[in-house]
Every structure is written in structure tokens, then in C-alpha cells.
Write a protein that binds this ligand. Structure first.
Ligand code: ATP
Ligand code: MG
Ligand code: FE
Length: 343
């Protein structure tokens, strides 16, 4: 079975093609992504209308490249991200998926973007056992419990305000470092001292929700620190701020992910989303997982950011699990709950 996945929930137009191997794994046949990230840079964040227009321009060329790379005329099934994501951006991918499904006379499966971030790891690291997944990107921060990739996922916690990647972007903007902020802050943090400034760890008090996150207080604390430096006429120790901020984010994310594994008796932790590129998040996750005997699985960076392969891979699992095809009139679901895997 050859499955083609279409992704357009944010600023990446992705078309991926995989072959289902029948043993819980897939083989990658094509992975084409066109990102509009550069077009959003001067606004300091993703502009939905700009993203939608870019999808419209890139969808057909990306599809053409993917089919050429895989050397196929048409797949056996099409899967598409139906939500969660930006309404206008999702519409472009879903409309395209419906048109191709109709033209090729193949079934359509409308799947949940978040499950794709977990499923994609099976490409490199084999079948997925029951796991806890920590998804961190510009738009999402979710702690999930996945028993089976073909089944609905349980959300353990999420952010009550900013997403983790968004916090990196906002702090970078505050420090005048440009967009996207994650890679710049990560590089700067290498020269700084992570214990120089005691930034707050949000939602870690005894009465706070066990698995939820909050990053807006941390962002405000960084802003106050910078203002204080300005007021006192001292130079902002930018590398120390970056390192201390990054440590606070990585500390809370990994602490709650490990806590979820321990509480549930789950021995596999999967990371996903563009912010998993963060070097400190990775090293701290490795350290803490090793200490607790938890297996850490992290897809390579290209597969952590949004792409079509993750949607094709999730689709293959869902189809193999016996899901029924979606209707060609299925609507997009921008606020889709993670508890729904196929619409
Ligand atoms: P999604 O729909 O999954 O939320 P997105 O476009 O918002 O998609 P991604 O493209 O997956 O997110 O990732 C981009 C985000 O990851 C940005 O917020 C960026 O700052 C952050 N990021 C990238 N590299 C790093 C890094 N090394 N450290 C921290 N954050 C990073
Ligand atoms: Mg993106
Ligand atoms: Fe994503």
C-alpha cells in the first residue's frame, strides 16, 4: 500500500509518500516541503493570510516533485491534515486532497496533525510501543499518551498560554534577535551560563496542574530583567539571558514529560515538533530519561518540523487499523481535539 500525505496546517506545504510495510513501519518514498517561513520573518511570526497564499502557490509544484521523486503516478490512498491548524491554510491542503482523491479515484483519510508528529518516528526507529509524546513547536505544546497510533490519543496536558516555540520567538524578539527565535537563542545560549539568572518555572507549584505548561510568565520575567538592565544602564548579558531562559523551558518540559512517564508506567518518550531542535531540550531529555530507564525517541530535525511524510505515515497506521475513508465533504477542523484521530 502506497500512501500520500498532504500537510498545510501552518507555514509548511508538505507532500510525503510512504510505503506501508505491514509491520508497523513505513518506507519513505518522497518528502517534499516548501516553507513560507522567510515571508513571515519581517512580521515576527506566522501571518495566516500569507501562509494560505503560499500554500496555494506551492501545492501543485510540491505534489509534482513528490510524485516524481517516488516514481509513482498515483497512490493507493491520500491522507491530509484536517486540523488543528490555521483555518485558511488547512483549507488549501484539504481542497487539494479532495480534488486528487476524486481525480485518481482513491480513498481520502482526514487525519489529526498532532498524531502525525508521533507517527513519523516509526520511519527511523521502528514500530511504536505505548508512549508519552511531548510535542513542542511554534503553535503547539502538548503532552500526550499514545497507546496505539491507529487509536485516538489522550491529551495529558497542554500550555495555558504561549507555545514553547512561540516563547523562544517572543524572547528573541525582545532581545532584538529576529525570527524565528529558536535557532538564534539556542546558538547564543552555548556561550552563556544557564544558572546566571533564576527565571521562573511556570506551573510547577504543588497546586498546579500536573501536566500543563505556562510560558508567558517566563517571557515577562525576561522582559523585566532586560528593562532593569536598561534602567540601571548596564549592558544586557544576552548570552546568559538566552542560556537561563532556555534552561527554564527545557527544565519544565522534560520534568513534566518524565513525570507523565513515571505516573503512567510508560517506558518510551517521543519528542516531536520544530522546537525539539533545541539542543538543551534534547540533552536534558536524554539525561533525565537515562536516569529513569526511559527510552527516548526523537525523529531527525527535518521530520520534527511539519511535513507531508508524518501525515502519510499516520495515515498508513490508521488505514491498517481499519479506519473508514472520510467523506469528500469533510470540513476542516482548525481547533481539532487530539482525541479525534480521523474525521
Ligand atoms: P506547528 O503547526 O507544528 O505548530 P510551526 O510552524 O509553528 O508548526 P515548526 O515549524 O514545527 O512550528 O517549528 C518552528 C518553531 O520551532 C519556531 O517557534 C522556532 O523558534 C522553534 N525552534 C526551531 N529551532 C529551535 C531551537 N533550536 N530551539 C528552540 N526552538 C526552536
Ligand atoms: Mg513551521
Ligand atoms: Fe506541527
Amino acid at each position: 500500500m502506497i500512501v500520500l500525505g498532504i500537510e498545510s496546517s501552518c507555514d509548511e506545504t508538505g507532500v510525503g509518500i510512504v510505503r506501508w510495510n505491514g509491520d508497523g513501519t513505513t518506507t519513505l518514498l518522497a518528502d517534499e516541503v516548501a516553507s513560507s517561513v522567510d515571508e513571515h520573518a519581517r512580521y515576527g511570526g506566522v501571518v495566516p493570510e500569507v501562509a494560505s497564499r503560499a500554500h496555494l502557490e506551492e501545492m501543485v509544484p510540491t505534489m509534482r516533485r513528490a510524485r516524481a521523486a517516488a516514481g509513482i503516478d498515483k497512490p493507493d490512498a491520500i491522507t491530509v491534515t484536517i486540523g488543528p491548524g490555521l483555518a485558511g491554510a488547512l483549507l488549501v491542503g484539504v481542497a487539494a486532497a479532495k480534488a486528487y482523491a476524486l481525480a485518481w479515484d482513491v480513498p481520502l483519510y482526514a487525519v489529526n496533525h498532532l498524531g502525525g508528529h508521533v507517527a513519523v518516528d516509526t520511519l527511523e526507529h521502528g514500530p511504536m510501543p505505548e508512549c508519552v509524546a511531548l510535542l513542542v513547536s511554534g503553535g503547539h505544546t502538548h503532552l500526550l499518551h499514545v497507546t496505539d497510533l491507529a487509536e485516538p490519543i489522550v491529551e495529558l496536558g497542554t500550555t495555558v498560554d504561549d507555545a514553547a516555540g512561540e516563547a523562544f520567538d517572543k524572547v528573541a524578539r525582545l532581545l532584538g534577535l529576529g525570527y524565528p527565535g529558536g535557532p538564534v537563542l539556542d546558538a547564543l545560549a552555548r556561550e552563556g551560563n544557564p544558572t546566571a539568572i533564576a527565571f521562573p518555572r511556570g506551573m510547577t507549584g504543588p497546586r498546579d496542574a500536573r501536566y500543563d505548561f505556562s510560558f508567558s510568565g517566563l517571557k515577562t520575567a525576561v522582559a523585566r530583567y532586560v528593562e532593569k538592565c536598561d534602567r540601571e544602564g548596564v549592558a544586557v548579558p544576552v548570552a546568559d539571558v538566552a542560556a537561563s531562559f532556555q534552561e527554564a523551558v527545557a527544565d519544565v518540559l522534560t520534568m513534566k514529560a518524565i513525570r507523565a512517564c513515571t505516573d503512567l508506567g510508560v517506558t518510551t518518550l517521543v519528542l516531536g515538533g520544530g522546537a525539539t531542535a533545541n539542543s538543551r531540550l534534547r540533552s536534558l531529555a536524554e539525561e533525565r530519561c537515562a536516569a529513569k530507564g526511559i527510552t527516548l525517541r526523537v525523529p531527525k530535525p527535518r521530520l520534527c518540523t511539519d511535513n507531508g511524510v508524518m501525515i502519510a505515515t499516520l495515515g498508513a497506521h490508521v488505514i491498517a487499523g481499519g479506519a473508514k475513508p472520510s467523506s469528500l465533504t469533510v470540513p476542516t477542523d482548525p481547533g481539532m481535539s487530539v482525541q479525534v484521530s480521523v474525521a
